[in-house]
Design a protein around this ligand. Structure first.
Ligand code: GLA
Length: 407
């Protein structure tokens, strides 16, 4: 993503629409994330991996003279306008809900907000699969905090952003997306333990200097609220309830991450078939994350990639979160020459797939992958595309000369 020209476009818009002189604009960049391993287990408190990429949400902003928030988007129409004291409850149902949710989350947490802001926001690829909703929330949180002189750590912002998504927007998701956007470091794998909200940065070994991230968009997009996402979360809870009751631990919160391996082995026969598949996905994915981290540490990209592909297969057959276009895309990517492994990048209900590819090969594969996908899904071909990305640092402010300053 050409951040410099995106900054130019946003600051011109901020000046012409909101009257903010160009030299007064500030910028916050919240990157999207990929999730190489750890599909759909964050909400069950499993371990997951993430990496920020060099594309994401850019917000240009300046403090407002009053307690009002006034926002425009380069991607969505209209102006969003609300006061700090009445961000809106229930949801307004428009693109401004993330900003309303950010003000609400900060206020709920006891932060005193005295200053509103004016801003213009933009981000490519809102098709889904890269945690873009979380990145939007992160950008608003950081901007509102900055104009109010609040010093909030990246780890606290993970929780604030999750509050926007779960408590305000109603998605029963975990902390994968916001952790990936906030905590990542370039050329590192971020390992997040969702049961303790702690994380570890694992550097890419020297021998892996020639890997690339390939992202392929299916052409399908729709918001996660409204898919089977929340239903699958409820099925995981139902499976956990049965296992914990069987283990005599009915008082425990029904999350698969609370079920011990030994309890799963002993009582899994009690699960009805559908719930057994959800549980199987959880426990096998936890194992894949553990083995994948070991492979990454050893520089074994083939091993790591095979686990990604196995994660994709389990998402399809056990978690049943795919849809035909995404499954086609996954199969096309897995077969690509030089692909270590591939899987749905996000929830898998729409959006994109991600592949880890031997560095020199990635650019050559863009056209052939698109062609192979177009043969399977001709009606989506015009909206589908394939891009090569790089890993990046987590969310940060960008100064006028584009020098990043960390969150
Ligand atoms: C979405 C959710 C995340 C996570 C992934 C699947 O991106 O927002 O919390 O559950 O799906 O791994």
């Amino acid at each position: 993503m050409d951040i410099e020209s995106a900054k130019q476009r946003l600051s011109c818009e901020l000046q012409s629409r909101q009257g903010v002189p160009r030299y007064s604009a500030k910028f916050v960049f919240a990157p999207y994330r990929i999730c190489p391993l750890g599909a759909h287990i964050d909400h069950q408190l499993g371990p997951v991996t993430a990496m920020a990429i060099d594309h994401g949400i850019l917000l240009a902003y300046a403090p407002s003279a009053d307690r009002e928030v006034r926002l425009r988007s380069l991607d969505y129409p209209g102006e969003v306008r609300f006061g700090l004291d009445s961000p809106g409850e229930p949801l307004a149902g428009d693109w401004g809900d993330y900003a309303r949710g950010a003000v609400r989350a900060l206020t709920k947490c006891g932060h005193k907000l005295n200053h509103g802001l004016v801003g213009v926001i933009s981000g490519p690829w809102s098709e889904g699969g890269l945690g873009s909703s979380a990145a939007v929330g992160v950008a608003y949180l950081m901007a509102i905090e900055e104009v109010n002189g609040l010093n909030v750590t990246a780890v606290s912002n993970v929780m604030l952003d999750q509050d926007i998504e779960t408590d305000y927007l109603g998605l029963r998701n975990g902390i994968l997306d916001q952790s990936g956007s906030l905590l990542s470091r370039k050329n590192h794998l971020t390992l997040i333990d969702c049961s303790t909200a702690s994380h570890e940065m694992i550097p890419a070994p020297d021998s892996t200097s020639s890997w690339s991230i390939l992202i392929a968009f299916s052409g399908l997009n729709k918001a996660l609220v409204g898919t089977n996402y929340n239903r699958r979360v409820a099925e995981c809870a139902a499976a956990a309830r049965i296992l914990l009751d069987a283990a005599g631990r009915s008082e425990e919160t029904p999350l698969l991450g609370r079920v011990r391996d030994i309890e799963y082995a002993k009582y899994k026969e009690k699960l009805p078939a559908e719930l057994a598949r959800r549980a199987e996905h959880f426990f096998s994915e936890v194992e894949r994350v553990r083995s994948g981290v070991e492979a990454w540490k050893k520089g074994d990209l083939h091993g790591f990639g095979e686990l990604m592909t196995a994660s994709g297969a389990s998402s399809i057959s056990n978690y049943e979160c795919g849809c035909q276009p995404l499954i086609d895309l996954y199969e096309v990517m897995v077969q690509g020459d030089g692909v270590y492994g591939a899987r749905f990048s996000g929830a898998g209900f729409r959006g994109c797939c991600v592949a880890l590819v031997g560095g020199a090969k990635a650019a050559d594969m863009v056209d052939s992958m698109h062609r192979a996908y177009a043969e399977r899904q001709p009606e989506l071909a015009a909206k589908a595309f394939v891009v090569v990305c790089e890993s990046d640092d987590g969310a940060r402010w960008l100064s006028e000369d584009n020098t990043p300053s960390a969150a």
